[in-house]
Write a protein that binds this ligand. Structure first.
Ligand SMILES: [Zn+2]
Length: 477
């Protein structure tokens, strides 16, 4: 089999230890990375000890600066430095699975810089003679679509190549990128549009359906931009496409459930506004990620009226949370009924919240029996709720200035929920005053960041919300 970048990545992944130990390039220190010396030693195979495909992979990587550099910065961090780590290979495998290989090969084709999504003139030049770049891509680079900035031309080529076997998507993307609406957007908006429509996942499929049915006027940049920024809601599209079973079980941490003990607990009242009611309760203890989290449920459940979560659903949901979320969570309380509160007009109303969080506690209101929750609801909503519990270090003197600025620059609203609560008047535009509370936008972004991190969908969400993802990288990356 001929070696290409994908094959070489898989061979390095399978035979990682063989490569790291091939040369004595780290003296007496532990050697956990693949260096140029390692690749040369395997390629030479002077003792004849390496399998043929391993030798071929090393020879291929020595001949292809593009493929070698792609692996070098596979984890997305730092500049090309001549070493490949396990994290680089794992990151490279995710990029390949996400259909981002060709873009990543070009990004550092000249062997300089990092994985920053910017393809320079020297990269394009180097790509023309690099054996790791497919001939069909070399040909496509000779005929870039005209009348667009270079990075947009390249992103367009990659989007089209990812749909080479999908004539409808190809036609839609050609129409979109050839339209007045698209050409009149600036380069950063064009990048977001291509991330939204040009991917191979459910978000892009749903967005392309909206191209047919969503009332987008491709003669008007304002129309296309309005759809991108306020109507597409890419995180809603992503969530709607996820299985109701939620996060794959392999991604959950190990957990145990202890108890229950019988206690008395002051639940938010089911009948009186803004008060509590002391009731017999069961207290379970979920041990996960070194944390002990209480789960408190009423002993008497009104199952004729309500659907309550099980302790197992809650424990599984906790096991799907990142460490920062678990550290900030002391207990989960299942309310006997939806608490009442007094609204601005003095009327007693349902508190309305599905779940809520504050002071280390996640509160869960029961659903109607006709609308039981799925595991997805716990996995995802716990992420949203714990975002309200974690430290929010971007705050300066109590104001979320940095987050607000990031929202302004990204401009894409992730979900209907975040949008409606971001702007005090009720959604659909971005408040230029920066004066509004972005807590719900942060919660929704925190949720999708942790859900897509390290998956094929990360690149798309990052391209749609680059400024917000950069802040989250700094906090949790
Ligand atoms: Zn919230």
């Amino acid at each position: 089999m001929t070696i290409d970048a994908t094959r070489a990545t898989n061979i390095l992944s399978e035979h990682y230890a063989l490569f790291t130990q091939a040369s004595n390039d780290n003296g007496l220190l532990p050697d956990t990375k693949i260096s140029m010396d390692d690749l040369r030693a395997v390629a030479e195979n002077s003792q004849g000890q390496f399998p043929a495909e391993v030798v071929e992979a090393a020879q291929f990587l020595l001949s292809s600066t593009a493929a070698r550099s792609f692996l070098d910065v596979g984890a997305g961090k730092g500049d090309v430095d001549g070493t490949i780590s396990r994290a680089d290979i794992d990151g490279a495998l995710v990029t390949i699975e996400a259909g981002g290989l060709e873009q990543a090969l070009l990004d550092t084709a000249a062997g300089r810089g990092g994985a920053d999504g910017y393809v320079g003139g020297i990269d394009l030049q180097a790509a023309q003679t690099d054996p790791g770049i497919p001939q069909s891509l070399k040909d496509a680079l000779q005929q870039l679509p005209p009348d667009l900035p270079l990075q947009t031309q390249l992103r367009t080529v990659f989007a089209l190549r990812n749909h080479a076997d999908d004539p409808l998507a190809t036609e839609q993307l050609t129409t979109l990128t050839g339209s007045q609406a698209f050409q009149n957007l600036d380069e950063s908006r064009q990048a977001q549009v291509l991330a939204l429509f040009g991917g191979t996942n459910a978000v892009s499929a749903a967005a392309r359906l909206d191209l047919i049915t969503g009332g987008i006027d491709l003669n008007s940049a304002a129309s296309l931009e309005r759809y991108l920024l306020t109507e597409a809601r890419p995180v809603d599209k992503w969530r709607d496409a996820m299985p109701t079973s939620g996060v794959p079980d392999a991604q959950r941490m190990d957990y145990t459930v202890g108890g229950p003990e019988t206690i008395e607990y002051d639940f938010p009242s089911g009948t009186q506004p803004n008060t509590t009611e002391r009731l017999p309760a069961l207290r379970y203890t979920v041990e996960v990620d070194g944390q002990s989290i209480e789960v408190i449920v009423p002993r008497e459940l009104d199952t004729g009226t309500y659907s309550y979560p099980t302790v197992e659903q809650i424990a599984k949901g906790l096991a799907a949370q990142p460490s920062a979320s678990l550290e900030a969570t002391d207990r989960v309380v299942v309310n006997p009924a939806t608490p009442q509160e007094t609204d601005a007009n003095g009327n007693v109303v349902d508190s309305g919240a599905d779940m809520y969080a504050g002071g280390g506690t996640i509160g869960i209101n029961p659903h109607d029996t006709s609308n039981p929750r799925e595991q997805r609801d716990f996995d995802f909503t716990f992420l949203h709720e714990t975002a309200h519990l974690v430290d929010q270090p971007w705050q300066v003197a109590g104001l979320a200035i940095e987050w607000n600025l990031a929202v302004q620059r990204d401009s894409v609203f992730s979900t209907h929920y975040a949008d409606d609560r971001y702007v005090t008047s009720g959604g659909s535009t971005i408040d230029p005053s920066l004066a509004v509370d972005p807590g719900e936008d942060f919660a929704e972004t925190y949720m999708i960041y942790h859900l897509v991190k390290g998956t094929p969908d990360e690149a798309q969400m990052r391209a749609l919300m680059p400024e917000r993802f950069e802040i989250l990288d700094r906090m949790y990356g």
